[in-house]
Design a protein around this ligand. Structure first.
Ligand SMILES: [Zn+2]
Length: 314
């Protein structure tokens, strides 16, 4: 742990546990009522500590905040006198990438992803990475969680692996009109367990041909997850896919060339298959490439942003 990751406080309320008066203690030893400050300087009172994986705990505060940390990470009692005045916890991981990098086993990665999903959205999405290569599981998790960060009001029930048709990398399933049956994302068991082959397929699919067309907008497992999350957005915000298709047709109408050729260059060949795929590819393009995404992708996601902003918190 780096010293720069700690924040000191000069005041706080008396600590209930005498044994914590001096030095360092593990995060896993925090108790209800303990007070600490986060890296932003905000004070929090511990409400509960619970397991978030074999080596992680989630620290929930009375204010409703959640911090996921290695149980073995240490926190410092700041005031070394007889009336200890507060605890300090290390800065939260700078990114989801770091949080997931800490997780070693498949189960650990799934528990961290679940805890992060709850931190971001206020609801737990279940993850089951059984059968996946660990690094692929981290990258898939990161894509899903980045999607959630962008649209925290989006409901997603479960993420896992399944035996999908050959050539299908991921599949999102939802049930129109059944609000109690949340969308489910499955990634291909074959590809998730064979990183070299998976990355090869993604790299080849995302290369542009002589006419600028490409199979997919990006070449990373995280982007495949973002693509699937784009379908989850369509499931949550009905009309998104239709708007994406309408914007795509409008952009193509101004071109002299064939619609599908134009769209396979702005998005991808996969993005031409249906309005659902147009929406999902545009979302993955913007989330992966930011300002470098195509003008069409940016226009589609900007329209989605505006629509969700008008709807307000879900
Ligand atoms: Zn798709």
């Amino acid at each position: 742990m780096r010293a720069a990751d700690l924040v000191r406080i000069a005041e706080g309320h008396p600590h209930p546990g005498q044994r914590y008066r001096h030095g360092w203690i593990p995060v896993g030893a925090l108790n209800k009522g303990d007070r600490f400050v986060d890296s932003a300087g905000e004070h929090h009172d511990v409400d509960r500590i619970r397991p978030a994986g074999p080596s992680h705990v989630q620290v929930s505060t009375t204010g409703g905040r959640h911090f996921v940390r290695h149980a073995a990470d240490t926190v410092q009692v700041v005031s070394p006198d007889t009336t200890p005045s507060g605890l300090v916890v290390p800065r939260q991981p700078a990114s989801l990438h770091e949080a997931l990098a800490d997780a070693q086993t498949i189960d650990d990665i799934a528990r961290v992803a679940e805890a992060e999903s709850e931190r971001i959205t206020g609801r737990v999405t279940s993850f089951d990475w059984t059968g996946s290569d660990p690094q692929i599981a981290r990258e898939h998790s990161e894509g899903i969680l980045r999607g959630m960060e962008r649209y925290p009001g989006t409901y997603l029930g479960h993420v896992g692996l399944d035996d999908l048709e050959p050539g299908v990398l991921g599949l999102t399933t939802w049930f129109e009109g059944y609000r109690d049956r949340l969308p489910v994302i499955d990634f291909s068991r074959v590809h998730s367990s064979d990183p070299d082959r998976y990355r090869g397929v993604l790299w080849r699919s995302s290369q542009r041909g002589p006419d600028g067309r490409r199979g997919l907008v990006t070449d990373t497992p995280a982007a495949v997850a973002l693509h699937e999350f784009g379908h989850v957005v369509s499931a949550n915000y009905q009309g998104f896919a239709d708007i994406a298709g309408w914007l795509a047709n409008k952009a193509a109408a101004g071109q002299s060339e064939d619609r599908d050729v134009f769209l396979a260059r702005e998005l991808s060949k996969h993005g031409v298959k249906s309005v659902m795929e147009t929406a999902a590819e545009a979302f993955a393009d913007v989330m992966e490439h930011g300002d470098g995404a195509s003008e069409l992708s940016k226009a589609i996601v900007a329209r989605l942003d505006k629509g969700i902003a008008e709807l307000g918190p879900q």
